[in-house]
Design a protein. Structure first.
Length: 369
């Protein structure tokens, strides 16, 4: 591993694929995915004997759509290969029905930070950014806006804001404000599965506040990819041509579908367990010198760890630990606004459950020097 570590250091690469491939223990998520591992999981799928989906039509896909819509308490669901596509379709359908083009969203949301302005440049919608780097926007922020809003969308939890969720009262307030004005409310629920235990509410209770909900299968549920958009039947029908227009009707996408169904069975029932373990690990980390968790108590199975050391030093320490002990702690290290401080994300999954809170905190403490 020393040779691989030297190569990584020379090229400035992090994470280093060679070092990571040789690791046997992982702190975050469900562990390292491999092509062989995916193949074995597909071979074990109960739906493997069903007919293939062909251009978004097939029994396994229909089962995934129906099961997801039922979990979310919505009449209908539609599978998409990518969340960017699903949410553009939803917002376009909502804004077309309202005959308004302005979409209210958070400046730290996936729409604003990770999609190269796709709503404005590709969908032809107008982004209205509300809220700040440290809080979600509320109904009061919407009330102060002078724009003719066509749709309101909220990412719950908001990954770029330390995976924080709005309070339940604020979420209800947004829903109430929108419904009083007949403005559609869409939930970016890529990690909605993960935040339900924090609210102490069912997925259907949370989704009932919104007119449409998008949920992902490849994050907390550990699938290969894909998502479902759920809502009223008329809305889902209006999104169907947009899926085709955006290139989402693939000849077949059965691996995504089968691993999505697997995630619903394997990881969704464990979300409460993952959440409680995340809170316990966060508590242990907050007692560790050089580390602090944001938020102090996680809102789901994911949170940020801020480290009192610069990014290059943290990356080098993580690679040294991986090369020497076969332990992979973090996938990405980023600089913060504070000089000499860096941040990593911890996502608690099946692999994390093998770590005690104290053991995880000690390992992360080694990154601080």
């Amino acid at each position: 591993m020393a040779d691989a570590l030297g190569t990584a250091a020379a090229t400035g690469g992090f994470p280093d694929a060679v070092v990571r491939a040789r690791c046997t223990r992982f702190l975050a998520g469900h562990g390292r995915a491999t092509a062989l591992g995916w193949a074995k999981r597909l071979m074990d799928s109960p739906e493997l004997g069903l007919e293939l989906d062909v251009y978004s039509d097939g029994p396994a896909m229909a089962r995934l759509e129906q099961e997801t819509a039922a979990l979310l308490g919505k009449p209908a669901g539609m599978f998409f290969h990518k969340g960017i596509t699903a949410q553009q379709a939803a917002l376009l359908a909502h804004c077309d029905a309202a005959n308004r083009r302005v979409v209210a969203l958070h400046p730290m949301s996936h729409f604003a930070m990770d999609e190269h302005d796709t709503l404005d440049r590709l969908a032809g919608l107008v982004s209205l950014r509300l809220g700040s780097d440290i809080r979600h926007f509320t109904a009061a922020d919407l009330e102060r806006s002078a724009e003719r809003i066509g749709c309101v969308t909220l990412e719950v939890p908001l990954r770029r804001m330390a995976f924080m969720a709005p309070s339940w009262d604020d979420l209800v307030g947004l829903s109430t404000w929108c419904r009083a004005r007949n403005i559609p409310f869409h939930l970016d629920g890529a990690r909605l599965w993960e935040v339900a235990p924090h609210y102490g509410k069912s997925l259907a209770e949370i989704s009932a506040l919104a007119d449409s909900v998008y949920v992902s299968f490849y994050k907390g549920l550990g699938g290969m990819g894909g998502c479902v958009l759920a809502g009223e039947r008329d809305l889902v029908a209006a999104c169907r041509p947009w899926r085709n227009r955006f290139g989402g009707d693939l000849p077949t996408i059965f691996p995504y579908v089968l691993t999505g169904l697997e995630g619903l069975r394997l990881h969704l029932p464990r979300m409460g367990e993952y959440y409680r373990h995340a809170c316990a690990i966060a508590e242990a980390i907050n007692r560790t010198p050089g580390l602090r968790v944001r938020p102090g108590v996680p809102h789901g199975n994911s949170f940020q760890v801020h480290i009192a050391a610069p990014r290059p030093a943290v990356e080098a320490a993580a690679l040294r630990l991986a090369a020497a002990e076969g332990v992979w702690l973090v996938n990405r290290v980023v600089e913060t606004a504070w000089p000499g401080e860096s941040m990593v994300e911890i996502v608690v999954g099946a692999a994390t459950m093998e770590w005690s809170p104290e053991e995880a905190a000690r390992a992360l403490g080694r990154l601080a020097g």
